[in-house]
Design a protein around this ligand. Structure first.
Ligand SMILES: Cc1ncc(C[n+]2csc(CCOP(=O)(O)OP(=O)(O)O)c2C)c(N)n1
Ligand code: SF4
Length: 296
């Protein structure tokens, strides 16, 4: 059911004075998780920016119960926690909140195992397209052409399509989301929390520090990713794929904004050549074509 902004809870789960950089997309995403799931959420967080944002114990900038875990254990720990809560008869939504490095690379084996077992939890990949916490190193989610401290001339390889890889695990729910579309994200979180089994949500999260843009423009950059078709919002319930409303207009290639506009806002793409831009355009068309085939 569509969510009305007026009906969202007022209780805050991200508190003033936490350690996030200005314009941080992870902080925004966490706020939306609080609005969607409230006090039922328990977060399992591997190393990454959020484990810094939350602050040092015994204080915390986040009001969620949090379990900090090693990278390669997140989804296994979450599965155990979820089973324990069931045995105790307690109503909880166990959420793994992990970066793209912690999800797509270092934590992938555990993620895939828990998905295959259909463990009852939500995994959210907060995708800022690099290992930000350790100083902006490339990940499998860094897009081609992007500068990082380990890709000085721009990354050469294509972004690994993790949402589709998760879809092929035949789990009950897969979705993509963006910090620029909070109601879409909140709706997907609420839907996921009502489904039993493994749920995967991949949240696009532009990082001003690593992507080299003014922190005032986090939402503008995230919105442009959707409007250019660089990021496609969709969901798959029981394997049935549908394009989400904010992305629907951009199924029509002629309605997409030029990728150049998205690239121009970010210093990390300053060395992108015309040849690479053409390649990126091809990849966007290809991603759309794959999804539209799946959605029919
Ligand atoms: C097994 C292991 N390898 C490496 C590290 C060092 N480390 C801590 S945070 C981090 C980066 C995490 O990147 P990502 O998951 O993308 O999250 P982000 O920092 O971008 O939020 C790394 C490599 C670690 N803590 N444990
Ligand atoms: S580096 Fe990026 S993701 Fe990490 S805390 Fe700063 S703004 Fe947030």
């Amino acid at each position: 059911m569509p969510i009305n902004i007026k009906d969202l809870p007022k209780e805050k789960f991200v508190l003033p004075g936490d350690a996030a950089c200005p314009g941080c997309p992870e902080n925004m995403g966490l706020r939306f998780v609080g609005m969607a799931l409230g006090s039922k959420a328990i977060l399992v967080i591997p190393a990454g920016c959020t484990s810094i944002i939350q602050g040092l114990a015994p204080g915390s900038g986040l009001k969620f119960p949090i379990l900090n875990v090693p990278f390669a254990s997140s989804d296994s720990v979450a599965a155990g926690l979820s089973s324990a809560k069931k045995i105790l008869g307690e109503d909880a939504v166990v959420v793994v909140w992990a970066g793209d490095g912690g999800t797509a690379d270092i934590g992938f084996a555990t993620l895939s195992g828990a998905a295959e077992r259909n463990d009852d939890l939500i995994h959210i990949c907060v995708d800022n397209e690099a290992y930000m916490n350790t100083g902006i190193q490339r990940s499998s989610q860094t897009p081609p052409g992007a500068w990082t401290t380990t890709t000085w001339l721009g990354k050469r390889e294509r972004k690994k399509d993790l949402p589709l890889i998760m879809l092929m695990h035949r789990i009950p729910y897969v979705a993509t989301a963006s910090v620029a579309y909070p109601l879409d994200f909140i709706e997907k979180l609420r839907k996921a929390s009502a489904i039993k089994g493994f749920k995967y949500i991949h949240l696009h999260a532009p990082c001003p520090v690593g992507w080299r843009f003014d922190p005032a423009y986090t939402v503008a950059v995230a919105k442009l990713a959707v409007e250019t078709g660089m990021w496609i919002l969709f969901e798959a319930e029981g394997g049935k794929v549908s394009i989400s409303p904010p992305s629907k207009p951009y199924a029509d290639k002629n309605r997409r904004k030029p990728i150049k506009e998205y690239i121009a806002m970010q210093g990390r793409f300053r060395n992108v050549t015309q040849e690479l831009l053409t390649e990126l355009e091809k990849q966007v068309d290809d991603n759309w074509s794959t999804l539209l085939k799946l959605a029919t």
